[in-house]
Every structure is written in structure tokens, then in C-alpha cells.
Design a binder for this molecule. Structure first.
Ligand code: ADP
Ligand code: ZN
Length: 590
């Protein structure tokens, strides 16, 4: 039931190649099973010959009972049928000369089949083929033995126009791209050519996009690999993949080699010599020597992507390797607007959608987060069969992303009293947010969510970068406590009348308070967690004191602002959900 902050969403998901592999496996197993079943079924339904002794056969011939013989040349047995039944019999091949003639003389039909022994053996192995196929495919899919698509080049049609914002980095990257295509440019000026670029940033901020755009912009071959795939491989295979990748890239220069999640092989060596550690060192060494192995004029550019460059092995960032580093920051307001506009292309929006406003409301979203926000909104429009995407649908989509679930359509079987408690709780959060913080309240709802909360107050911080002060943190705690405080007052200041719905709020408040205690001077500015058990006890004492004080202040605040809380809560009981404007108007008493 907490006031919800935006959460960053990890972009990407499973790489397409992995998805394809799993589809392949499923299809292969299905086909194999089908074949196996049909063969087994065939064997079961086909008549199994009844074995009789050769003597018995001779007796039947004598009695003129045998009608026809099917005789596989060279076979160990042959089959025959009698005149009076449909059964098939089988007996040993006597392998005597003139056998056929003697049978023919007895008026027995004699068909020689040319099935050689080998064919028979192969036929008898047929039922095992699907099994072998499955084993083969599973083996191929085991990490390390599989065929990774690192060798196949790609010619992306992404350009720098597809990358919003990041203008300064774009300009630098353009220069690098120029020299990649025409190294003489650099040599004329005596500048040294960049061999490797490191892109650093949180997931979804466009590292892959940037690398692809660079290749697309210059029209060079693009090779991409994920460093964690190298590590997954069996002994030595990862290293050989690295070599192969660079060999290919050189042969097809000019080209860009993009290595995602570089930290998987490039983080500081931990000196472990177990299997994994060795593998890891081998890969890193292979990568280092591959980078050293081409010269700047070979027309190969390595682009590495990582979340945190401090973790990288210093050998990697030495001059001549990944010597240019760019940080791709989370998009600021202007960049968010550009990214939104870029991803809005091809989608239809209602007139009330203002991208500048939306950019302000999406503090903390990554580029990938913004892209999926518009996509989810488009999905909502599709589900509701509206011809355009509305602002409300975008809001709903962002709530869904933040909550990792949906807001339910109804309050379910909550009774009136429970509905009242939830309404006052959320009203408490909303009023405290508006009165104590500079956050914007985007939406307040008492509808439960599929993620299990009873109601939500969505708020966003007003700007991107915020260095919270002690006062800000205190207000944040009060905002979290305000839901419970409102319930407490509603119950006539009886602790027993308060619901258990504030668990999450208290959890969040606790971590803010711990942070707060180390920032405020009581018995010195100390981080008590460094002092073992004694420190823990001290920390807890101080946290308790701060918590008690802030709770009392929050109750006092709620009393003072009771009319506003009451207005918002009553409206919530009637309407379930309030928009930003509605809440603000009610708070101000307009
Ligand atoms: P990373 O590699 O840093 O995890 P990606 O490059 O895979 O991030 O970004 C994922 C998606 O997010 C991109 O395909 C694109 O749709 C969107 N995106 C991220 N940053 C930007 C940006 N600056 N401009 C446009 N789209 C972006
Ligand atoms: Zn709450």
C-alpha cells in the first residue's frame, strides 16, 4: 500500500537466438516423439510372424498347405503363408542350393526380396533414430557445444537517428565511425585510432542500440556476442570462440565487434584456479590478445558494454584496448521526450497526449522502459478497441509497469468498513505526499492490484537528480507512515483499530530511517553497521527513537490535515480512483 516510486525495468529479456534454440528443441522433440510413436504403433499393429521349425515347414510343404514364400536373399529367416489362413509364418533359411526350384516345383509362389542384410539391420535400428536425434539435439544445446551465431555478420539498418539524446557521445562516435571506414583520416593528423570503445550504463539505456547504430551508420559488418555465453562454454571453447569471432571480423573488415555484458569475462580476476576461474581467465586472455592482435588500421572496432566499469579488469581498459569510455546515463527529461517521440512513430495518440508532459512524469525510466511503456499503452488501446492511445492508457500502463501487475476492476468482496479503512489509508499517503514533499501525486486508487496490494498512491519526484536532505528523508518516512496514521485517527486513536495493511510502508520506512540515522549527528556521524553487535544495538536504539518521533509527528500532521484527508477518503469511497488533478483539488479544498 506504499506510495510507489518508479522502478527501473531491465531491458532485453532472452536473446532471440536463445529463444530460437528452445523453439527448435521443442519442435524437434515433438517430431521425434511423433515418429517414434508411429513406428512403435506400426510395429505393434503389423502382424508378427509366427515362428515354426524348418521340419514343420517341410511337413506343411509335403501336405500342400503352403501357398507362398517371401524370401529375402541372404536373410537368416524367410516367411511364408498357408492356403487356409491369413497368418504369416517364419522359419529358418536352410541356405541350400535349389531351394527355390524345389518350391516352385511344388506350385508354391516364390517371391525373392532384395532386402540385404544391411538394409535389414538399418530397418531394425529405425525405431531408435528419434531417440538418437533427441540426444543429439540436447547435446548440441548444452552450453559450450552449441553453435553460437557469433560468426554471422549482420548489417544493421539502425542509424544514429534511431538513438535519441546523447548528442555529445553521438558526435564522438561519428568521428570514430569515420576513421573506421577510412583510417587514413587519422594518420594524416597523426591521431591514434580508437580500437575499442567501452559503453557503460544501466540496462536499457541504449548500449546495444548505440553499437548497432554505429555499424548501421557506417554500413559496416556487425558481429555481436554476449560475454556470458563464452563463460558458459566447456573448457577452452569460450576462448576459441573469442578468437574465431575476431578472426571473422578481421576478414570481413570494416566491422564492429560488440561484446555485451563484458563484466562476465572482464571483471577483476579473483585468482581462483577452479574450473570456472580458469575458463574465465582463458576467455579474458583470449580477448586481450585478440584485441592486441589487430592493428588500428585493420578496420575493426570493438565495442564492449558493461553496467559498471569499476569492476572491469584494469588490463582491459589500458591504452590500445578499450581506451575510450562513454557513460550512457539514464535519459534526462529532454532525452525522455525525444525517446518517447521516436518510439511514438507509427502509433496513433489522442490529442491529450503531450510528450513533454509525459517526459516530466517518467522520471527514472530507462530508454527501454519508455519504449515498453508506449508498447504496453498500445496493447491496452488494442484490448479496449480504441482507435488511438489515450493519456489515461499510458498512465495505466505505467502503473502496471511500476506495480508489476494490474489494478483490478473492482474491489472484490471487500466490505464497506474495509473499503473505508483502505480509503483513509491511501488518502493519508496522498495528502502527506502533497503537503510534505515536492512529489507529484499521479493517481490514487483503492482498487486492489494483482500484485497483492490493497490500494496505491502513485507519486513521482519532480526532477531527475535529487540529493535528498535529512529533511527530505524525514518527510519520506512521514509520507509512508501517513497511511497508518490516517487509519489510527479513523479508529479514534485506538491502536487496535488499525489494519495490517501498512507492512510494506513500514518496511520501506525502516530502511529510510536506517539511512537517516547515519546521516544525522547524535553521538557522532558514524555508520554503526561497522561496529558489530554493539553497533547493531546502538543503531537499533537510534532508529527506534527516530521512528517514534516521526510517527508522533505524522499523527500530529494527520490531525491537522484531517479535513483534507477526510475529503480525499470520501471521494475515494465513491470513485475508487482519483486522478492527479482531482486529488490536488480535493486537497486544496477547491
Ligand atoms: P542496453 O544494451 O543498454 O541494455 P538497449 O540498447 O538494448 O539497452 O536498449 C533497449 C531498447 O531501449 C532499445 O532497443 C530502444 O528501443 C530503447 N532505447 C534505449 N535508449 C534509447 C535511446 N537513447 N533512444 C531511443 N531508444 C532507446
Ligand atoms: Zn500504505
Amino acid at each position: 500500500m506504499g506510495a510507489d516510486k518508479k522502478r527501473k525495468k531491465k531491458a532485453g529479456g532472452t536473446p532471440r537466438s536463445k529463444k530460437r534454440k528452445y523453439t527448435l528443441l521443442v519442435v524437434a522433440i515433438a517430431v521425434a516423439l511423433a515418429v517414434a510413436i508411429s513406428i512403435v504403433a506400426g510395429v505393434v499393429t503389423a502382424q508378427k510372424p509366427e515362428t515354426v521349425s524348418y521340419n514343420a515347414f517341410c511337413q506343411m510343404v509335403k501336405d500342400h498347405q503352403v501357398e507362398k514364400i517371401t524370401f529375402p536373399t541372404g536373410g537368416a529367416k524367410f516367411t511364408f503363408q498357408k492356403k487356409d489362413d491369413d497368418k504369416v509364418y517364419e522359419t529358418d533359411n536352410p541356405k541350400i542350393d535349389g531351394f527355390k526350384e524345389s518350391m516352385l516345383k511344388q506350385d508354391i509362389e516364390f517371391t525373392e526380396t532384395s532386402t540385404s542384410m544391411w538394409v535389414q539391420i538399418l530397418l531394425s535400428l529405425l525405431p531408435y533414430v528419434p531417440l538418437l536425434l533427441i540426444v543429439f539435439i540436447v547435446l548440441r544445446m548444452m552450453p559450450g557445444s552449441g553453435k553460437y551465431s557469433v560468426e554471422s555478420a549482420d548489417r544493421p539498418d539502425t542509424t544514429f537517428d534511431d538513438v535519441a539524446g546523447l548528442e555529445e557521445i553521438k558526435a564522438d562516435m561519428k568521428t570514430i565511425a569515420e576513421t573506421l571506414k577510412d583510417p587514413s583520416l587519422c594518420q594524416e593528423l597523426g591521431a591514434h585510432i580508437t580500437k575499442g570503445v567501452l559503453l557503460e550504463g544501466e540496462p536499457g539505456n541504449g548500449k546495444t542500440l548505440f553499437a548497432r547504430a554505429l555499424a548501421g551508420e557506417t554500413g559496416v559488418n556487425f558481429y555481436s556476442a554476449n560475454a556470458s555465453e563464452f563463460i558458459e562454454m566447456y573448457a577452452g571453447l569460450g576462448a576459441s570462440r573469442v578468437r574465431k569471432l575476431f578472426k571473422e571480423a578481421r576478414e570481413h573488415a570494416p566491422s564492429v565487434v560488440f561484446i555485451d555484458e563484458l563484466d562476465a569475462i572482464g571483471s577483476k580476476r579473483d585468482g581462483s584456479t577452479d574450473g570456472a576461474g580458469r575458463e574465465y581467465t582463458q576467455c579474458l586472455n583470449a580477448l586481450l590478445s585478440a584485441i592486441d592482435g589487430f592493428t588500428a588500421t585493420d578496420g575493426v572496432l570493438v565495442i564492449g558494454a558493461t553496467n559498471r566499469s569499476e569492476d572491469l579488469d584494469p588490463a582491459l581498459v589500458r591504452p590500445g584496448r578499450f581506451d575510450k569510455q562513454f557513460i550512457l546515463p539514464p535519459p534526462d527529461c529532454g532525452a525522455r521526450e525525444q525517446i518517447l517521440r521516436l518510439h511514438a512513430k507509427g502509433k496513433k495518440f489522442a490529442d491529450d497526449v503531450d510528450f513533454a508532459e509525459l517526459a516530466r512524469d517518467t522520471v527514472g525510466f530507462s530508454g527501454a522502459g519508455l519504449a515498453s511503456l508506449l508498447n504496453e499503452a498500445a496493447m491496452l488501446a488494442l484490448t479496449r478497441k480504441t482507435s488511438v492511445i489515450t493519456r489515461q492508457q499510458i498512465d495505466e500502463a505505467s502503473i502496471q509497469m511500476a506495480l508489476k501487475g494490474h489494478i483490478k476492476n473492482s474491489i472484490g468482496d471487500r466490505n464497506r468498513h474495509e473499503q473505508e479503512i483502505v480509503s483513509y489509508h491511501e488518502a493519508g499517503h496522498a495528502v502527506a505526499t502533497l503537503a510534505l514533499t515536492d512529489h507529484l501525486v499521479r493517481r490514487v486508487t483503492v482498487l486492489p492490484t494483482t500484485a497483492g496490494t490493497g490500494g496505491v498512491t502513485m507519486s513521482v519526484p519532480p526532477s531527475d537528480k535529487q540529493l535528498p536532505t535529512v529533511g527530505d528523508l524525514e518527510c519520506q518516512v512521514k509520507m509512508l507512515y501517513a497511511g497508518r496514521a490516517a487509519e489510527y485517527l479513523l479508529a479514534g486513536e485506538r491502536e487496535t483499530g488499525v489494519s495490517l495493511g501498512a507492512g510494506q510502508d513500514i518496511k520501506e520506512a525502516t530502511s529510510v530511517i536506517q539511512h537517516l540515522v547515519t546521516l544525522t549527528e547524535k553521538d557522532g556521524l558514524l555508520d554503526y553497521s561497522d561496529f558489530g553487535l554493539a553497533g547493531q544495538n546502538k543503531l537499533m536504539d537510534q532508529c527506534e527513537a527516530v521512528s517514534r518521533r516521526l510517527w508522533e509527528e505524522t499523527v500530529a500532521f494527520a490531525k491537522e490535515n484531517w479535513p483534507a484527508i477526510d475529503r480525499v477518503a470520501k471521494a475515494l469511497m465513491e470513485k475508487d480512483s482519483l486522478s492527479a488533478q482531482e486529488v490536488t483539488a480535493l486537497y486544496r479544498g477547491e
